[in-house]
Design a protein around this ligand. Structure first.
Ligand code: SF4
Length: 328
């Protein structure tokens, strides 16, 4: 299947001031440092990792909202056009974003129905009556009632507001939604409803999702494939079911072993401490400061993603050693 989205060796570096007082110096913050991703039509790629690992910046890079320091993004085989050009605006109809905080993504002074119509006013020649009809149809698709068209964001629940955001994103018939922590601001009871809605929409409309989340339980539920990020790099990538059954990279193992489960669970691999400062990434394998399997080689040499027999990509010097094997 040909790729809908293909990101190759994406990098986003920022020049920042490090240190304090008189002793500051310029430093490079490597928010994203060589990320390559492929997403096929109608599929979901889960992008996971702790806060600050660069997953949200990756989402903005693939949308063109943040210019890359290096690397390329291709959509249906074509390079992403420059932001703000007519070609980019036309493309943005096909790629939409769903943010974590639906209230922050909506205008509190405007009825939600009018906000759902907005993409049509920007991208298509339509009459007000057509826009209203299509907004009502989109609301119906996401489980909102017609009388909620005239409601303001603060008059709706968190789950209903996220449905409004989804309805607005669907108005231009997108092929791809970049969902950045789309349920983490919602109550637990509402999260399942929004996840089910996303799954239904994918089945009905064939939309692909880049699903960015720190919640591995949800990522496991929605994703076909998963990429695990640590300090700006992908450390493991592969088919979701097998990755969750037998994670190979020690970082992935730690994340998966922390997922709450009912019944017997596999041995917990505890992560020590917080991720290092991305301005001062450790030498060699960036995970070596927290990895229980680290060796002198890990501190000196940076591992690159290598294919395993099962098609998985893993960046770890010791991944083939028996001590790191996990039974499926
Ligand atoms: Fe741990 Fe070394 Fe593998 Fe990095 S390369 S994950 S430090 S064993």
């Amino acid at each position: 299947m040909s790729a809908l989205l293909e990101a190759t060796d994406l990098r986003r570096h920022y020049q920042v001031r490090a240190g304090s007082g008189l002793f500051t110096a310029k430093a490079t913050l490597r928010a994203v440092d060589g990320v390559s991703l492929t997403l096929a039509p109608g599929r979901t790629l889960g992008l996971v990792g702790e806060s600050g690992c660069g997953k949200s910046t990756t989402g903005k890079l693939v949308l063109g909202l943040v210019p890359p320091s290096a690397g390329t993004v291709r959509y249906r085989g074509e390079a992403l056009p420059a932001v703000g050009t007519p070609v980019w605006r036309a493309l943005r109809r096909r790629i939409q974003m769903v943010y974590q905080d639906p209230l922050g993504a909506l205008d509190r002074r405007l009825p939600v129905g009018r906000q759902i119509e907005e993409p049509l006013a920007i991208h298509e020649q339509t009459t007000p009556a057509e826009r209203r009809d299509r907004a009502l149809a989109a609301m119906n698709n996401v489980g909102l009632q017609p009388h909620q068209y005239d409601r303001y964001p603060h008059e709706l629940s968190g789950g209903q507001r996220q449905r409004v955001v989804l309805a607005r994103a669907l108005m231009t018939g997108p092929d791809l939604l970049v969902c950045d922590e789309p349920i983490s601001a919602l109550d637990v009871s509402i999260q399942a409803q929004v996840v089910n809605l996303l799954l239904d929409l994918q089945e009905q409309l064939g939309i692909a999702y880049l699903f960015i989340s720190h919640d591995l339980k949800v990522v496991r539920q929605v994703s076909h494939d998963v990429a695990v990020m640590y300090l700006g790099r992908i450390v493991e990538q592969g088919e979701a079911e097998s990755l969750f059954a037998a994670p190979a990279h020690p970082y992935t193992r730690a994340l998966v072993s922390a997922i709450p489960t009912i019944g017997p669970r596999r041995e917990r691999l505890l992560l020590q401490g917080d991720p290092p400062n991305p301005v001062n990434v450790p030498s060699g394998c960036a995970f070596h400061t927290r990895c229980p399997f680290a060796t002198p080689q890990c501190r000196a040499e940076t591992p690159t993603l290598q294919p395993m027999a099962n098609g998985r990509l893993v960046a770890c010097h010791r991944v083939h050693e028996p001590a790191l094997q996990v039974a499926a």
